[in-house]
Design a protein around this ligand. Structure first.
Ligand SMILES: Cc1cc2nc3c(=O)[nH]c(=O)nc-3n(C[C@H](O)[C@H](O)[C@H](O)COP(=O)(O)OP(=O)(O)OC[C@H]3O[C@@H](n4cnc5c(N)ncnc54)[C@H](O)[C@@H]3O)c2cc1C
Length: 391
């Protein structure tokens, strides 16, 4: 099998890249180790930055998102039983975000790819990337019980945090920057309309809580829990009671309960592997970097990477200039590190470390007070939340 761009992974990064390349007249093959149902149902991100929305729309993948996505013009910060709204358009000159689940983005892109794009093979597990430093990189993979080879001009590793692509970069060239957090998120999906029409980020002495949504009838709620918590150890009543405690306000606001349909625990991690390119192998999305989900940046960063790659390869094809391709790693990393910084800031602003001292608690509250009292501080948060430029 032979193609111009071999893409490993059919998460948002790989699927969108295949679509962008198709639109630019560049052929690709996508290898995905899991089956279609799994990819379409894996609950993860839900907040699309303005730039991500614009990219999906321009790629011809925005029809359902425009119909069903929910535009959000702000978030609420909750602490000390008080509420403060961060108004995005007022602080950023009109920017907003859109609530549209990652599962739906993937479904839309898969449908388009199968209808008019290049091959997308489910159940095709990449085993290794070979010859990344040569002009003829190859992906060895297993599909339907047989081993095969995909010969490529370029390979893009969009295979997430546990993929194989990044292992093809020689160890002596790799730089890894990493931080783990001593807590995770217990996330639930519940069949109940969201109790607030925007996301609520709550800082509480018992830990962080987030009220989010997937649609007008499905709530997505998170609780900070100790690292290593088993989701099964929390029964539904205990989850609702804890959410009520952490979201409590002094003005009588109420959290509506409903049937919980899914429960899982996500660990929290910051991670960057540099460089994001080795020879003809490019890393994109979670394959190169992870952010804790507090800043809602992971999917949006993945989009930024593949837009950068598609633009660079299109330029090479159209003009013969490899300048953008040569700058790929540096261009992506500038955005990545801004997102790492913001995600870290949001995480440490809102979560309670198990060993937090009273001094640190007071500092955290002072940082939150600052956002509510200073337009400059609120603008900094709003600009980062609605997204960093894609160029
Ligand atoms: C609970 C949670 C909440 C989140 N909330 C947000 C949010 O609100 N906003 C946001 O922007 N981000 C959020 N994120 C992060 C976001 O989901 C990820 O950053 C995003 O999925 C990255 O996309 P990706 O395509 O790079 O990787 P992935 O989505 O991980 O896709 C990688 C794909 O590669 C496949 N694969 C792996 N190994 C191989 C192999 N060897 N061969 C073939 N295929 C392989 C995998 O099966 C997978 O389909 C959240 C994440 C979690 C866990």
């Amino acid at each position: 099998m032979r193609t111009t761009v071999g893409i490993i992974g059919a998460g948002p990064a790989g699927l969108l890249l295949a679509r962008l390349l198709h639109n630019a007249g560049i052929d690709s093959v996508v290898l995905e180790s899991r089956d279609r149902q799994y990819v379409e149902q894996r609950q993860r991100a839900g907040i699309l930055e303005q730039g991500t929305v614009d990219v999906l729309r321009a790629a011809g993948a925005g029809t359902r998102m425009d119909r069903e996505g929910l535009r959000h013009d702000g978030i609420e910060l909750r602490f000390d039983r008080r509420r403060y709204r961060v108004d995005f358009p007022a602080l950023t000159g009109g920017r907003s975000v859109t609530v549209y689940a990652q599962t739906e983005v993937c479904k839309d892109l898969i449908a388009l790819q199968l209808k008019e794009g290049g091959p997308l093979l489910f159940g095709a597990e990449a085993l290794a990337v070979e010859g990344a430093g040569t002009d003829r990189p190859r992906v060895r993979f297993r599909h339907q019980g047989r081993e095969d080879v995909l010969e490529c001009d370029y390979v893009v590793g969009c295979d997430g945090s546990w993929g194989v692509a990044r292992r093809a970069v020689p160890a002596e060239l790799v730089r890894v920057y990493e931080r783990t957090y001593p807590f995770g998120w217990l996330g639930v999906l519940a069949d109940v309309p969201p109790s607030h029409d925007e996301l609520v980020y709550a800082r509480h002495d018992r830990g962080f809580a987030l009220l989010s949504m997937r649609s007008t009838s499905v709530s997505r709620l998170y609780l900070q829990v100790p690292e290593g918590t088993d989701a099964g150890s929390w029964d539904d009543d205990a989850i609702w009671a804890e959410l009520e405690r952490r979201f409590e306000t002094g003005d009588g606001w109420r959290l509506e309960r409903g049937p919980i349909t899914q429960k899982s625990v996500t660990p929290m991690r910051s991670f960057v592997q540099e460089p994001m390119r080795y020879g003809r192998l490019f890393l994109a999305g979670d394959a190169a970097h992870i952010v804790p989900p507090t800043g809602a940046k992971g999917l949006n960063l993945a989009v930024g990477d593949v837009v950068t790659f598609a633009r660079a390869l299109t330029r090479l094809t159209e003009t013969g200039s490899a300048d953008l391709l040569d700058a790929y790693s540096e261009t992506c990393l500038r955005r990545v590190w801004q997102a790492e910084r913001f995600s870290y800031d949001m995480t440490t602003l809102l979560h309670r470390a198990p060993d937090a001292t009273p001094f640190e608690d007071r500092l955290q509250l002072a940082r939150l007070e600052r956002v509510t009292a200073s337009r400059a501080a609120a603008t900094d948060l709003a600009e980062a939340y609605t997204g960093f430029p894609l160029d």
